[in-house]
Design a protein around this ligand. Structure first.
Ligand code: GLC
Ligand code: CA
Length: 582
């Protein structure tokens, strides 16, 4: 499955932009007098622009398409959108191979379209977060074209080069055993310079040499270009992979092979090298120079919750505000004990950092399919939403997650668009399945995504029932469940700021917890993660939560009734219950 590859693993201008930035928003939280930074309780919505909304009928989503859908996003209740890369790119990795960091790919629109999107998003009280790919550029980026032309040009040292080895027969060999996450050796020979370059991802994505201070300067300059325009921050792509071992030592083999047929390696010399933290601290300093709490989110696939803590910058909190906790929702099974443990860890092991749980993104099979049992998927999707949106985590939603859009993995290799699904077929079918077009309505066979019958990926066949318009009209829909949860999270002090108190902690099937506000008011959440009805005793008094009645705020299925605070509550299979303690 697609998860496998992850788990194996200028002042004036700035001032003008700052005024624009402040002037175009009335950030809701600050207006209500909360002292917390906006991102702390934010709902951040990931947009994969290729698949969100096509405005010009070429079958590919675009920036104007996003602008058209801002009202939908505002009504859903999102605080910010993170847009996957839309910069000029050969599109080998659908935008994660950037050939110009200061522009818009014509397939997605123009810089003027972007500025309009940003301004209109501000009017909808939605901040815009960009995806910043710092580990590598496209091999078509002018820097790389120059770098690969000669050893003596200035840009040569922007990338990671090695002479490699020569065998007895005089044949060139890569310097070590490092493999690309996307398959094959991580080293590519360039005859013009007689050297190999290193690429963690596709060979069309050469890694930048972050030991060269000019690289940092150039990339920070690219970030400033967008910060000056008024973006709210960045999601830092593959941020753990900026540095590699200077001695180019072989990665220890772990035994066995991965979905691409390469040996499983430990990645101690190509991932999580300590030098990256120095870069991030300087980056945070740069970003903090702008007004409005600009945000750094990290794509941090790590092995344990404790491993996430250093990415906040330890006690100084001077690195990322929101490193992703991918263990929580991507690494877990639907299991009450596992989620209880992960939630407790996120509460206790992050040194006071704000957790960011990730359940879905454009790289992994959707949670609908990972957690769904084929029978209760809709109820399970509501459990996941309740967990995410009533937890202490800042919330990350991926387009389509809010309507219960399923994964649609290609059935034939000739239909695959994602290159890792072509090289890895049939073990690795690629990431097309979680990138199918957003389902807006049933007005045409493209689910309202496009007017063009030839969309870049096919629309999932269930679009007639699973789409935004149909679900908005159904009070029991997954979409309305999300909308109500987001509204509740915003308006309820305990859900917004309250501390976490685990309830009934020995229960292997039902995850129950309270969120308790500073003034003692509390909300209780009980999620039955099993296919059997369970009667639970919450034990509020023993847990130090005061109140004598539980009044239902949200329940699925409907009809879970109010109870006395320490009375039993009966939860049908895969039920989700949120109640106010009075
Ligand atoms: C990140 C992106 C993924 C991309 C890779 C290389 O993991 O989320 O889509 O392929 O980085 O840039
Ligand atoms: Ca288009």
């Amino acid at each position: 499955m697609p998860m496998a590859w992850k788990h194996s693993a200028a002042l004036q201008c700035a001032l003008a932009a700052a005024l624009l930035y402040v002037g175009s928003y009335a950030p809701a939280a600050e207006a209500r007098g909360h002292a917390d930074p906006w991102w702390q309780h934010a709902v951040i919505y990931e947009i994969y622009p290729r698949s969100f909304q096509d405005s010009n009928g070429d079958g590919i989503g675009d920036l104007n398409g996003i602008t058209q859908r801002l009202t939908y996003l505002q009504e859903l209740g999102v605080d910010a959108i993170w847009i996957a890369p839309f910069y000029p790119s050969p599109q080998v990795d659908f935008g994660y191979d950037i050939s110009d960091y200061r522009g818009v790919d014509p397939r997605y629109g123009t810089l003027a379209d972007f500025d309009r999107l940003l301004a209109q998003a501000g009017q909808h009280h939605i901040r815009v977060i960009l995806d910043m790919v710092l580990n590598h550029t496209s091999d078509k980026h002018p820097w790389f074209i120059e770098a690969a032309s000669s050893r003596t040009v200035g840009k040569h040292d922007f990338y990671c080069w090695s002479d490699g080895k020569v065998d007895a027969a005089g044949k060139h060999l890569p310097p070590n055993n490092w493999v690309s996450l996307f398959g094959g050796s991580a080293w590519q020979w360039v005859p013009a310079v007689g050297q190999y370059y290193y690429h963690k991802f596709y060979r069309q994505q050469p890694d930048l040499n972050w030991r060269n201070p000019a690289v940092e300067q150039a990339m920070f300059g690219a970030m400033r270009f967008w910060l000056d325009r008024g973006v709210a921050g960045f999601r830092l792509d593959a941020i753990t992979t900026l540095f590699e071992d200077e001695q180019l030592r072989d990665e220890p083999a772990l035994g066995g092979t991965n979905a691409q047929g390469d040996p499983n390696l430990s990645n101690i010399y190509t991932d999580n090298l300590p030098q990256v933290h120095d870069v991030i601290r300087r980056m945070r300093g740069m970003v903090d120079g702008y007004p409005g709490e600009r945000l750094l989110i990290g794509e941090t696939y790590l092995k344990t919750t404790a491993d996430i803590a250093p990415w906040y910058g330890g006690a100084r909190h001077d690195e990322l505000q929101l490193p992703m906790d991918t263990l929580f929702g991507l690494g877990a099974k639907l299991d009450a004990a596992t989620f209880r443990r992960r939630m407790t860890e996120a509460d206790t092991l992050l040194g006071g950092g704000q957790p960011l749980f990730v359940f879905d993104n454009h790289d992994n099979i959707r949670s609908w399919d990972r957690f769904g049992d084929g029978v209760h998927n809709a109820a399970i999707a509501k459990i996941i939403a309740a967990l995410l949106l009533t937890s202490r985590s800042a919330a990350l939603l991926y387009q389509g997650e809010e309507i219960g859009q399923p994964t649609t993995t290609p059935k034939r290799v000739q239909d695959v668009r994602d290159p890792i699904g072509i090289t890895g077929w049939p073990k690795e079918k690629g990431r097309d399945g979680e990138r199918t077009p957003m389902q807006w309505d049933d007005a045409n066979a493209q689910a309202g995504f496009s007017s063009n019958p030839h969309t870049w990926l096919p629309v999932q066949a269930n679009y007639r029932t699973v789409n935004v318009r149909t679900e908005l009209a159904d009070p029991g829909s997954i979409l309305n469940w999300h909308r109500r949860l987001i509204a509740l999270r915003r308006s309820n002090a305990a859900l917004r700021d309250g501390r976490l108190v685990m309830l009934d902690p020995g229960n292997a099937s039902v995850l129950s917890y309270a969120r308790v506000a500073a003034d003692g008011t509390a909300v209780v959440v009980a999620l039955n993660m099993s296919a059997v009805t369970h009667k639970v005793t919450l034990g509020l008094k023993a847990a130090g939560v005061s109140g004598s009645r539980l009044t239902t705020l949200m329940a699925n299925p409907a009809g879970i009734t109010d109870t006395g605070a320490d009375h039993d509550v009966t939860l049908p299979p895969f039920a989700a219950w949120v109640a106010q303690v009075r």
